[in-house]
Design a binder for this molecule. Sequence first.
Ligand SMILES: [Zn+2]
Ligand SMILES: [Zn+2]
Length: 172
Amino acid sequence: MTRLIPSQPDTPPAPAIFEAAQERLRRLGARVTQPRLCILACLIGSDEALTHQAVIDRLPGQGEAIDRVTVYRVLDWLVEQGVAQKRAGNDRVFRFSLIEHEAARAEVHRQHSHFHCTRCDRTFCLDDASMPAQPAPPRVPSGFAIEHVELTVNGVCADCGARLPRPPGSTS
Ligand SMILES: [Zn+2]
Ligand SMILES: [Zn+2]
């Protein structure tokens, strides 16, 4: 099988992660089955959100022991249990991640600004040192409370800039 974008090596999770997964299932009061254990361990062990296929690739024995339908069912079950989160990416493919990982990621991304490419729709994290002092927060209607302000710069990323002709009227 060829892979267009090699990301992390598809290695099964470490034993400690299986223990964490087992503990997690017990705390849910759920039956600990092999598929639940393996699939939850994959999510716990991954820094990024995983597609169905990425989960299957990371299962011990490359998912031979757990059929595809079971993987789909267990992932949806983890979402129902509030353990995992399911999101469609820019490519409209569903990706699953552990709720805490997602919360931690959101917290990290709140600490800096972002650049959003309007052509490929990717979002890049910006180094805060490159940013000017935070602008004053906008005024909000009475009764509204600001918790944090995020800055997203919209434009064209380097990849898209190199690949595509410049839009008319572009000066830089
Ligand atoms: Zn970020
Ligand atoms: Zn781009």
